[in-house]
Design a protein around this ligand. Structure first.
Ligand SMILES: [Zn+2]
Length: 60
């Protein structure tokens, strides 16, 4: 009998505010496009830009 390990890939989106350099990481959403404006910066009110999208493999 073999035991299979479950692997889950979790994708993250990293947003950065070009004005105040605030970096925010959140879970990836399907409509995220690299280098596009995503959400409002909570620190300065500017638009945050998606800087990086990456996946992380979690083993269970
Ligand atoms: Zn900002």
């Amino acid at each position: 009998m073999t035991f299979s390990r479950k692997k889950i890939t979790v994708a993250y989106t990293v947003e950065k505010c070009p004005k105040c350099q605030t970096v925010k990481r959140r879970e990836f959403s399907q409509k995220d496009v690299l280098f596009s404006e995503s959400s409002k910066c909570l620190s300065c009110g500017g638009m945050m830009v998606i800087e990086k999208i990456y996946g992380q493999i979690l083993e269970q």
